[in-house]
Design a protein around this ligand. Sequence first.
Ligand code: NDP
Ligand code: 8X3
Length: 251
Amino acid sequence: MKKNILITGATAGFGKATAELFAKSGWDCIITGRRQDRLDALAKSLETAYGVSVHSLCFDIQNRAAVFSAIESLPEAWQSIDVLLNNAGLALGRDSFELANLDDWDTMIDTNVKGLMYMSKAVLPLMIAHKKGHIINIGSTAGKEVYKDGNGYCASKHAVDAISKAMRIDLLPHQIKVTAIHPGAAETEFSLVRFKGDDQKASAVYDGYKALEAADIASIVYYVSTLPAHVCINDLVVTCLSQANSFYLQK
Ligand code: NDP
Ligand code: 8X3
């Protein structure tokens, strides 16, 4: 039977690469993000290239009402969701705690933590009703070790780690899988967003080594999503060969 995946943050990076891989493999996709033009272009290209159905939902994941109304708006044919990929997220700034920007903290917590919780809470009743489901949360190595000047972002990703563990316990009676994937440095729009459009600072993050690519994460999401029904990968840390953890990166 045809399967579908709901991907938050499908307009760039990991989310877009995941939509491409799943569509190529015959899955229907629900793609979300705030940039309607990118959603439209992606939907069109996936439908044309792979003959799958794509449904897009444009909303800001920080907005609780928008999250719930987006999910409530799903036509019945789309309400049986096999996989929810909680991927939308960002880092903003890299400053010492006393210098960090309060609005940046709010945005990271509202997006990476509260947005992920709202999405899960909105989708779960559908999964429970259909007696199946898999929630995959994108954490980070920043959710495993705290690094200097990472304060707000590291806090938000440690929260994703904790929320994933909590969900796994609480959802046991419903037989819903919960997987957390924690990538290290990956070359996407992530650093451009973090450094607020400063191209030089962003590209310096990836200088001197081969970072992960968005397609690497997509293939891991696909792998964990296609295991036998009784198998669940709970927690997975993935870095490029040049990175050991948040602290050690060989350039
Ligand atoms: P990108 O910046 O390339 O993509 C981020 C995606 O998140 C975009 O599609 C963006 O869509 C969406 N997004 C951001 N804020 C919101 C919002 N408020 N509402 C809805 N969608 C939103 O980054 P990545 O692909 O690298 O990041 C994806 C996830 O992976 C994030 O959670 C990030 O923290 C995590 N991660 C990234 C790593 C890296 O090194 N790249 C490593 C470890 C984890 P739009 O702007 O259209 O709303
Ligand atoms: C992204 C990886 O090292 O910039 O989550 O925090 S890092």
